[in-house]
Design a protein around this ligand. Sequence first.
Ligand code: ACM
Ligand code: ZN
Length: 532
Amino acid sequence: MNKLFAFVVLTLLFISCDSIKEKVHNPVGNINELGLLPMPDSIVLSDCAFIIKEKLNVNNKGLSSIVQQGLKNFAESNGVEIIKEEEFKKEHCIQFKKNPSLKDEEYILVVDAENITVEASSDAGFFYAIQTLAQLVVTQNSNIIIPGCTIIDKPKFSYRGMHLDVCRHFFDVDFIKKYIDLLAIHKMNRFHWHLTEDQGWRIEIKAFPKLTSIGSKRSETIVEKNFDPYVGDSIPYGGFYTQDEIREVVKYASMRNVTIIPEIEMPGHALAALSAYPELSCTGGPFEVGTKWGVYEDVYCAGNDSVFAFLDKVLDEVCELFPGEFIHIGGDECPKTRWKECEKCQNRIKTEGLKDEHELQSYFIKRIEKYLESKGKHIIGWDEILEGGLAPKATVMSWRGESGGIEAAMQKHQVIMTPNDICYFDHYQREPVEKEPLAICCMTTLEDVYNYNPVPDTLNKEQAMYIIGAQGNVWTEYMKTGDQVEYMVLPRMCALSEVLWGKNSSSGFENFTRRLDVHKNRLKSKGYNCCE
Ligand code: ACM
Ligand code: ZN
């Protein structure tokens, strides 16, 4: 019965392909030749193909700016123009149809000899269909051919993220845009922009100009891993983004279905801010912006109300700049040394009836959460925010393995998995490490990433629902240039993108690597530096 059905479908497909004037057969024998990545949920190839000649025949009128942006990128990278509105013909065109029955980001893409039809309920779905279309392109004798196919596709996880630390080393707006393009190609939708650190404050805050005039600059940088004895390079280092640049990047990302999650670190990893405003510390300073890597003892004073007034004002500007629902407030690696000896901090512990400094950290985060909630935002924090009690609505980013994420999910909090053994792309990626660029430590291979499942087995079905996705983290102590960042994330983020978009039944590591060979050439042709 099934065979009979398949026979009828195939016959109809052949008939429809034969009926057009210019017959183009599907040039692709095997789906893997296309290097689709992440692999769509379901794809069936047919015998025909759609050919694009010189111009992309699509009716731009009424399409949202995200879809227009997707089409513009598609046209540019294939060296074709989008047809002028008055020249648009209804035959042999790309058509977009709203289909409210599909979920957000889901799409159906049907390519036959006559037309390309895209259905989605949201701009994101249309945008991802265009990303897939771009990966389907086969060029033959300077013709652009799209193999006939029916694709039904949707993501497994709603949070598909990549992080970038721009503090240990600074990356300019052009690189940030290139990085966001990389996310869009891989259907990733969250960019976690780590903007403040001990070693540099990188976002202009109008209310506190010294954050950038002082906090964005360090006197020098440690040379490789020369901690003890310390060796610095004697080269002043700095950089920050103006608010205009941030707005430009936020807009650029939104046109690619990428929401930016800014991270403003607190109460620890704040030495750059304290160098500018030492009165926000427990001791009063003075301080210098960090020149070596690691964790510093000096943190924001949790007993001083002017610290919260300062952070509220900083966050006011951050909320203005970033329209997304989440603000990442850090929360990791905050030593309690200074708090233990600080009169104000100890006084806060007493007056608030807190048990210890862990509860003081929890007080700090809850107070910031309350402020951000009043502005309609939610917080994300690293898994240390569990210590001393979780803020009521916080989302937990689990980095010290998965245990923090498991605990948070059990407490019915949303979780983003970034366990350091799998999701830290600052680790070495292959042996022999002596031949690799200097990295922080450890080995996380492409296969480790590919085989990752962000939902731990220990969670039951209801708890598992709290795992909203995962993210690749890129700490840049040992990455000085964009080229190096690309080398470290490619191809591991390709593997993560497929984990997050969802592996379909035919994919496995072998199958992935076959497609990756094709995909790497695609990335290289776009100017990305990929580890071979
Ligand atoms: C972290 O890696 N300290 C979140
Ligand atoms: Zn204090």
